[in-house]
Design a protein around this ligand. Structure first.
Ligand code: ADP
Ligand code: MG
Length: 464
């Protein structure tokens, strides 16, 4: 008896010690299929029924996800879940009992309720009742995710469930990687960026950047889920985000002109999105400074309400201010050549300073402002849509073509005279010039641009 108690105590102590240390776990969505928990985290192992098939998800749980143990309980008819506390203890593959598979409490019913119920009472394990479908919508789910304070993404289980219950509708865009589709999830439109398996690193990188703590902001594309699905012969890699029917700013400006107010709202939201990316927020729930590295009108999306969001974070880099390092090895000259800052074109950029990457973003933003301001209709007068340097280079220019124009001839897009007769366009013209300086240190910051643009609206309001 006393022997038993002693061993129980030892086990408890052992468990406690294990609980406090960081762990290595098997992880489906991670590079090398391995993740590392923070101290007091756990390895997570689960299997659930999706479209009638068993799907296993293995990953790390953060201490806040572990708290309340909601992810560690199985739900009778839907899934098995298990938390454990030794290195790679989630290696074993779980299976549902045949009764569960036949019972078919459809996991498609897993909606916002999953998160809602968990939030209301995290002590309550997820069971069939919490999985019953209601009319909760994606926006609520994302809002909850935003305010839950536990990192910056939905639990992997939920991400995977959402991704696997999306029905693709139509292809809406093509970029550097794969294809972007409009899809339907639970009656709502979502955008799905599909990467080919050879671009796995890009998929992983973009998903990772979107899930940076505190990244969510109204002018950054709202990330919903990442999923990798092996169909036996290849792996499908999905990145799910909010869908914006106007598409990119490039598409929008090709199709429409904008009013002065419309231009200011777009310019302000672009500057706000970039300022948020660039800003470091200090603290445990802080955010590193991030540089985008591919700012252009095709990577900015226009929302229904006329504001913009920054998208395509696949090339972004994060700054660790403690060690003054960048989180990935820098392969020089990424991004779109037409929008490359002069110091990138002539290779004079100081890669050891993170500021350099922010300043290069600002240069590109200046070019986007120029594309935007040309489409501002003032008493029915506006310019046609053009890409920056359309007069100097052909489509798909080389680095050398761009370098000759931007660095050697020191040309910049021309600013039409008539902009001088409108306060807002005059200010926009001035901002552009100050974003385009050859000397990166002389350029405005995103925060400065944001402030200046927001004052334009004030001036205008006062005049009216
Ligand atoms: P890539 O990395 O391949 O360049 P992007 O993320 O830039 O991919 O997307 C390519 C294009 O798809 C965009 O220029 C835009 O036209 C369209 N697109 C991307 N995401 C969305 C979205 N959330 N809503 C609507 N259209 C989108
Ligand atoms: Mg793109």
């Amino acid at each position: 008896m006393s022997y038993l108690r002693c061993s129980e105590a030892a086990l408890l102590l052992f468990t406690f010690v294990q609980l406090t240390a960081a762990l290595k776990c098997v992880c489906h969505l991670c590079v090398n299929h391995t993740c590392e928990t923070e101290a007091e985290g756990a390895c997570w192992n689960s299997v659930m029924l999706i479209n009638g098939k068993e799907e296993a998800v293995k990953s790390c749980l953060s201490p806040s996800e572990l708290k309340g143990q909601v992810f560690c309980y199985s739900s009778r008819n839907v899934s098995k879940r298990n938390c454990c506390f030794t290195d790679f203890c989630n290696n074993e593959t779980l299976h549902l009992s045949p009764g569960v598979i036949l019972g078919m409490c459809a996991v498609q019913n897993l909606r916002c309720n999953l998160i809602k119920a968990h939030k209301q009472d995290p002590e309550v394990p997820l069971d069939d009742q919490t999985l019953v479908s209601t009319d909760k919508c994606l926006k609520e789910l994302i809002y909850d995710m935003n305010t839950s304070g536990s990192g910056s993404g939905l639990p992997l289980l939920v991400q995977r469930t959402i991704a696997r219950t999306i029905v693709l509708q139509e292809s809406i865009g093509k970029g550097r990687f794969g294809e972007v589709w409009r899809g339907k999830w639970s009656g709502e439109d979502v955008a799905v960026k599909i990467f080919s398996s050879r671009d796995e690193r890009s998929w992983f990188r973009e998903a990772e950047i979107y899930q940076t703590i505190m990244l969510r902001q109204e002018n950054i594309l709202g990330f919903i889920a990442a999923d990798n699905k092996d169909n036996g012969s290849w792996t499908q890699l999905w990145l799910v985000s909010e869908y914006h029917e106007h598409g990119s700013l490039f598409d929008y400006l090709n199709r429409y002109t904008v009013s002065v107010e419309g231009m200011i709202v777009l310019a302000l939201s672009i500057a706000s999105g970039i300022a948020h990316l660039h800003m470091e927020i200090i603290g445990t729930q802080g955010k590193p400074a991030i540089a985008h590295r591919d700012i252009k009108s095709k990577n900015i999306l226009v929302k229904k309400n006329g504001t913009a969001v920054i998208a395509d974070l696949g090339l972004a880099v994060k700054h660790d201010s403690n060690t003054n390092t960048i989180d990935i090895p820098i392969n020089h000259r990424v991004g779109t050549k037409r929008y490359m800052a002069p110091e990138i074109l002539d290779d004079s950029i100081n890669m050891s300073s993170f500021e350099s990457f922010k300043r290069a973003d600002i240069y590109s933003m200046g070019l986007v402002f120029w594309e935007l301001a040309r489409r501002c209709s003032m008493q029915g007068i506006y310019e046609d849509f053009q890409l920056p340097y359309y007069e100097q280079v052909q489509s798909d220019p080389s680095v050398d073509d761009m370098r000759k124009v931007v660095c050697e001839q020191k040309l910049r897009p021309s600013i039409p005279n008539q902009w001088q007769s409108c306060e807002a366009l005059r200010v926009m013209g001035k901002i552009m010039r100050e974003c385009w300086y050859a000397n990166p240190a002389a350029r405005l910051t995103a925060l400065r641009v944001k402030k200046t643009v927001s004052q334009v609206t004030v001036v205008k309001d006062v005049k009216e």
